[in-house]
Design a protein around this ligand. Structure first.
Ligand code: MSP
Length: 516
């Protein structure tokens, strides 16, 4: 039986177009999914859009259209095209306005109510529409500029709104002990460690019940037993992970796909690692496999965001460097789990040193030499032992790194092959060996070692740079689809024994930063 790997991105708010922070999240999840597919796991990648709530309702009103028209337009013109642009191979795309989602949400709510976890009560709280979340005093900071003298949301730097309503509540407070036990029993449930500690600390301080409905606006899913309320946007959004997988309507499918691993930004780790597992416990569902909270892309030390006008659109980068370089850069330059600052200079430097000079140059030199010295036929001899063991070790390191969500370390392991081969060519100087007939065997081993190592690197890099890896793979004699290769056996691949030609994979770029 193949192992199950269901992996999800958060569902994105469609109040605006995507920026590279969202792209980061999508690419990382896609790399994990592609890696697991190449392992042969029963993989399913889910992504989608979060379309209800006040934030979107207000944006639509400000643009003079209905919320449904607004979300349809944004999904079609911005969010689906972004997946295509970034070469994301998601298996499903759920919108919270989908009928399947609404049906599943109602079923879930009914079950929670029957189980006694929902009650009606009065509430007053400080609400941040940007976060779509009630804030505690600890979440607020003194405002600056036009908000001087007021307390503002630490993430959005805007004042919160006082909300006083009679709502339905979820008995979140009952789950504190069970959540703490979950974190202790399954130390790898919330990752990385600093996010786990933060979540644990939050739960230890004691949990309040959660208001899960609103009745002052109607852009949402109606509470099944009281149509004057709509379900709180986060409460229903979290349910996308199960409503997309047949929850309540297709048990077989649900059993095959659930539980899942959630890749989220650290700002929303609490929702995924506190509220969501409590909801699962209340409904008697198996708890998600993992919640991984990655870091933020920063601009000027702050989280990049559209609302602060610091958002860079992915196409600004892909138009200059190409999609694969975009994917490679963000997956390798930032330790997955830590914050990272984007800069054009760093991207440009890494593109040229690691991709153009490192990988691209290695491939074209090796292929040219196999043509020149062996008429394009890869010598049928074993690779040198030290190269073979380096490659085998790199494959193992990369694969275990993926189990720790250390995507950057996996890329690093793949690139260690490239780096070693570049050094090896300089040491072995095949152009000198070629001049001496007595060195024919040595030359054969050096070329075979290189071809072999490049093929293995291409397989390891395929989840990150699918198109370039395919070209590289085919050029060194790989047959078929590189993404169909068993990634754990990358060191043992066998090709046709002939090299072809490699198109320029990473051309030099003169003007790195676009004029816009
Ligand atoms: N709709 C909610 C998620 C609901 S999931 C049940 C939401 N949407 S969002 O569009 O605001 O954010 C989506 C994801 O993008 C989050 O994981 C968030 O952390 C991530 N990012 C937004 N800005 C980011 C950066 N500057 N850097 C990295 N990730 C960023 O939250």
């Amino acid at each position: 039986m193949p192992e199950r790997f269901t992996v999800t991105t958060p569902i994105y708010y469609v109040n605006d177009v995507p920026h590279i922070g969202h792209a980061y999240n999508e690419v990382a999840t896609d790399v994990l999914a592609r890696w697991h597919r190449m392992r042969g796991d029963d993989t399913w990648m889910l992504t989608g859009t979060d379309e209800h709530g006040q934030k979107i309702m207000r944006t639509a009103a400000a643009n003079g259209v209905s919320p449904q028209d607004w979300t349809d337009r944004l999904v079609e013109t911005a969010w689906i095209p972004q997946l295509e642009l970034l070469n994301i191979a998601n298996d499903d795309f759920i919108r919270t306005t989908d009928e399947r989602h609404k049906i599943g949400v109602r079923i879930f709510l009914e079950r929670l109510k029957e189980a006694g976890y929902i009650y009606h009560g009065e509430f007053e709280g400080q609400y941040c529409v940007g976060c779509e979340e009630y804030k505690t005093p600890n979440d607020l900071v003194p405002g600056t500029g036009e908000f001087e003298g007021q307390l503002v949301c630490a993430i959005h730097s805007r004042p919160v709104e006082t909300v006083r309503e009679a709502n339905y509540f979820f008995k979140l407070s009952e789950f504190g002990d069970r959540l703490l036990a979950l974190y202790d029993e399954r130390p790898d449930y919330v990752q990385p460690e600093h996010v786990r500690n933060e979540v644990r600390q939050f739960v230890k301080q004691g949990l309040n019940d959660l208001s899960i409905s609103r009745n002052t606006f109607d852009w949402g899913i109606k509470v099944p037993w009281d149509e004057t309320h709509v379900v709180y946007v986060w409460f229903e959004a979290l349910l996308n992970y199960i409503t997309a997988n047949g929850y309540g309507v297709d048990d077989e499918r649900f059993e095959r796909r659930w539980p899942a691993t959630h890749i989220v930004g650290k700002d929303i780790a609490r929702f995924h690692a506190v509220i969501w597992p409590a909801m699962q416990m209340a409904a008697g569902l198996p708890i998600s496999d993992h919640v991984f909270g990655h870091g933020w892309l920063l601009v000027g030390g702050e989280k990049m965001s559209k609302s602060k006008a610091t958002g860079i659109e992915p196409r600004q980068i892909t138009e200059v460097f190409g999609v694969d370089a975009f994917r490679y850069y963000f997956m390798s330059a930032i330790a997955f789990g830590s914050d990272g600052s984007f800069s054009w200079e760093d991207l440009d430097a890494r593109y040229h040193s690691e991709l153009a000079n490192g990988l691209g140059n290695l491939a074209s030199r090796v292929i040219a030499m196999v043509h020149k010295y062996c008429d394009g036929v890869v010598p049928a001899v074993d690779a040198d032992d030290d190269i073979q063991s380096l490659v085998t070790d790199a494959v193992g390191r990369a694969d275990t790194a993926i189990d720790r969500f250390a995507i950057d370390e996996a890329v690093d392991a793949a690139m260690s092959i490239v780096e070693r081969l570049n050094g090896y060519i300089t040491e072995q100087a095949p152009w000198v060996l070629a001049k001496d007939d007595a060195q024919r065997d040595r030359l054969a081993a050096v070329l075979a070692s290189n071809v072999h190592g490049i093929g293995a690197a291409a397989i390891l890099l395929a989840p990150v740079m699918p198109e370039s890896a395919q070209k590289l793979w085919a050029a060194v004699g790989g047959e078929g689809d590189v993404l169909a290769q068993p990634i754990r056996e990358a060191h043992a691949w066998q090709g046709t024994g002939r090299v072809s030609t490699v198109p320029p994979l990473f051309p030099r770029i003169e003007q790195a930063q676009p004029a816009t």
